[in-house]
Design a protein around this ligand. Structure first.
Ligand SMILES: [Zn+2]
Length: 86
């Protein structure tokens, strides 16, 4: 049973990778179960997951605010930046 648990348990790094993958695509059933098992048993990864979600939400909020405030560059500003880079 110990060997089976060792196979089933993810490391924190593996858990982090699956957590990020989950944001982009659907996980397989096995991946999803492993991730949930790890999250239940590892407080460090649970905290990291919460922190990442907060950061994602904060970035999305900033992007939405910029969109609402029409904070994009004008064509003249864009050209000025491009000239400075040349
Ligand atoms: Zn962990």
């Amino acid at each position: 049973m110990k060997g089976l648990m060792k196979i089933a348990m993810l490391s924190c790094k593996q858990s982090s990778i699956l957590s990020e993958k989950q944001e982009l695509v659907n996980l397989s059933i096995v991946e999803s179960i492993k991730l949930k098992m790890h999250a239940k048993m590892c407080t460090a990864s649970k905290s990291l997951s919460i922190d990442n979600k907060l950061i994602d939400q904060a970035v999305l909020k900033i992007l939405e605010q910029r969109k609402e405030q029409n904070m994009s560059l004008t064509a003249a500003q864009r050209e000025k930046i491009l000239q400075a880079l040349r």
